[in-house]
Design a binder for this molecule. Sequence first.
Ligand code: NAP
Length: 177
Amino acid sequence: MLDPKMALLSLLLLLPLSLLLLLFIITRPRSTRVPIKNRHALITGGSSGIGLALAHRFAAEGARVTILARDQSKLDEAKQAIRLSTGVDVTTLSADVRDFDALKKVLDSVGPSIDVLVCNQGVFVPKELESQALDEIRFMIDVNLMGCFNLIKAALPLIKCDRDSRGPGSIAIMSSQ
Ligand SMILES: NC(=O)c1ccc[n+]([C@@H]2O[C@H](COP(=O)([O-])OP(=O)(O)OC[C@H]3O[C@@H](n4cnc5c(N)ncnc54)[C@H](OP(=O)(O)O)[C@@H]3O)[C@@H](O)[C@H]2O)c1
């Protein structure tokens, strides 16, 4: 027969372990598939690099795509490139992510809703911290970090609009080491 003291000790050991296991099962990271086809995706920094590549891909997969950056001529070139490779016309928006009011104005113009927001704009002053001026650091934080807050805050009403009937909404933030 099992010694009662040993049984109590085993229980005391097993209980926290099983709770940890349960917690792990509940909170473990799981990949999520975000539907793209026939949905409205807004990609910032969509006139160049990773953002432009994403815009090509989203357009090719049947999304309605809007790209946002500051320079309208770069946006026009991107639009033309996407049209040539996919036959799809994307919408372009010119605004600086540091300017909340300007963002709000242009985002409201592409409503009524946004399904997928990709905050991809980003700048980097390629120097070590010791050589970066405080203004350069502030510039990166304003565009990369505050820009995301401005974007998400301006876009939330459009993301939440009529959400139940339009499936899951999604916000992605591009980052860097
Ligand atoms: N490339 C890499 O190796 C790498 C590695 C890790 C992470 N990332 C991250 O990935 C993202 C994209 O990088 P990338 O190299 O593809 O960028 P990129 O080619 O330099 O393009 C940056 C984009 O952001 C836009 N942008 C910059 N400042 C803006 C502002 N104030 N308001 C609105 N739009 C602005 C630019 O257009 P305008 O200048 O016309 O505004 C452009 O469309 C960034 O967040 C970056 O930190 C990149």
